[in-house]
Design a protein around this ligand. Structure first.
Ligand SMILES: Nc1ncnc2c1ncn2[C@@H]1O[C@H](COP(=O)(O)OP(=O)(O)OP(=O)(O)O)[C@@H](O)[C@H]1O
Ligand SMILES: [Mg+2]
Length: 438
């Protein structure tokens, strides 16, 4: 029977030249590459420098015997996986068992029965091939698993990011709804007061005129009326009453403005863009931030300097743009507050906190919006990372590091615009937005 051997290498270690020749010829004629060594040490060296697919190992050899050779081969990581077949005398059962215990995969008996020896050799080479294939598949599988795991880890991170963003958006839209609901509710009583106030102003004017007429025509109304007039300080009252109504009207006007700003700010964005006046968005955002801008015990009010140019209406999602203005302005206020730390009221008053809000045509297709603060600015390192998701230098609970990520997304992805930052540590910060008009 002829074996169809692929290019496989068999190392024969035997001190008997006759055996060697026999095996060399038999295996060689089956297409195997056959290497021979005549003692244990040379065999081990050969196996290390040119690892064969199988070793045929004689038990009885001068120097180190087959068992010792096998032990050493098993001990060395570079040779331990090479299958070893012992060659023993037919009668020597103890040797066979000992060899198998030492890690040999099989034995063949001398004198050789060629067909049986070749069949065993071929079987073990096949097992060797299959286990190598299995090992390779295992490694490939491990690589695939590793790749999938890292893909999944990445996907999970993305999911977490999206989830945070969704929560943020959801929060904003809930606040938006709440705010516009409140603004709407304020409108009814405000409308009622406004209407009545106009009537009341006229009525009070009439009443004052009427009393004046009385005073002119009846300069001596009698002691009771004169006493009462003195008691209520009629002259002051008649002077002051119309003024009180004027200031009430101013107050109502202010409430009305706030309500309009709230509604503009929280305008739920429809699916398509609308043509809007950017200044309205900026104004309503500033109005909402008023409580953070006004004077405090430790500092005067933050000065807001508006430099609005004539710009056309812009096609945009105003609610989202307001969110951008809000994030940038809130950051500017944070930066000013941080710069104020350790400074006295007088020192802050001498070089006051300022935010400049500037608009202009950047070119024929784009408007530019700049928000500049004279806060503490940022280091190069921070500047490079401000748009990164979850990057914040603020304490836990104060900043989430989402504000500018969202701003970037809204300006760049939603509006096809650009957002840039100019800042130096100690030198304030400028955010420059460019938005296409259509
Ligand atoms: N005007 C500014 N001056 C100085 N540093 C700024 C300014 N604006 C942003 N930064 C820096 O950029 C970082 C990221 O800002 P971002 O608005 O994304 O997150 P945050 O303000 O920390 O948290 P939040 O999610 O609450 O907005 C800030 O933590 C701050 O270090
Ligand atoms: Mg922020």
């Amino acid at each position: 029977m002829l074996f169809n051997a692929s290019h496989e290498v068999i190392l024969v270690i035997d001190d008997n030249p006759t055996n060697l020749e026999l095996l060399h010829n038999a295996l060689g004629s089956c297409g195997y590459e056959v290497l021979v060594e005549m003692d244990g040490f040379s065999g081990i060296e050969q196996a290390k420098s040119y690892p064969p697919d199988l070793i045929l190992l004689d038990v009885q050899m001068p120097g180190i015997d087959g068992f010792e050779t096998c032990r050493k081969l098993q001990f060395d990581p570079s040779t331990k996986n090479i299958p070893v077949i012992f060659m023993t005398a037919l009668t020597d059962t103890t040797d066979k068992v000992k060899g198998l215990h030492l890690g040999a995969v099989d034995y063949i008996t001398k004198p050789f029965r060629q067909e049986e020896a070749l069949a065993r050799i071929q079987t073990h080479l096949k097992i060797r091939r299959l286990s190598l294939e299995l090992e390779q598949q295992k490694q490939e599988l491990e690589q695939v698993v590793q790749k999938r795991t890292s893909e999944l880890t990445f996907a999970l991170q993305e999911l977490k990011k999206t989830q945070l963003q969704l929560i943020q958006n959801e929060k904003l839209s809930t606040i938006g709804q709440l705010v516009s609901g409140i603004a709407h509710e304020i409108n009814n009583p405000v409308g009622c007061i406004t209407g009545n106030l106009e009537q009341a102003t006229l009525a009070v004017k009439d009443a004052v005129d009427y009393i004046r007429l009385y005073q002119t025509n009846f300069p001596n109304p009698g002691i009771e009326i004169e006493q009462k007039a003195e008691e209520i300080d009629i002259e002051f009252l008649l002077e002051d009453l119309p003024k009180m109504f004027v200031s009430m009207q101013t107050g109502i006007e202010r409430i009305r403005n706030i309500s309009t700003s709230l509604r503009t700010f929280s305008r739920a964005d429809v699916d398509c863009k609308v043509s809007v006046n950017i200044h309205e968005g900026l104004e309503s955002t500033l109005m909402i931030l008023q409580h953070r801008l006004k004077a405090q015990d430790y500092r005067p009010a933050i000065q807001v300097i508006k430099k609005y140019a004539e710009i056309p209406k812009v096609e945009c999602y105003l609610g989202q743009l307001n969110q951008v203005f809000m994030n940038i302005l809130a950051n500017a206020i944070d930066a000013l507050e941080e710069a104020n730390l350790g400074r006295s009221y007088e020192a802050i008053k001498a070089s006051p906190n300022q935010i400049i809000v500037e608009t202009e045509m950047k070119n024929e297709q784009q408007v530019a919006i700049r928000i500049i603060d004279n806060g503490m600015g940022m280091t190069k390192d921070v500047k490079q990372r401000i748009f990164d998701h979850l990057f914040t230098t603020k304490p836990v609970g104060k900043g989430t590091g989402l504000g500018l990520t969202i701003a970037h997304q809204i300006i760049v992805e939603k509006h096809g615009g650009t957002i840039e930052v100019n800042s130096e540590w100690g030198g304030g910060t400028e955010f420059a937005i460019a938005l296409p008009i259509v």
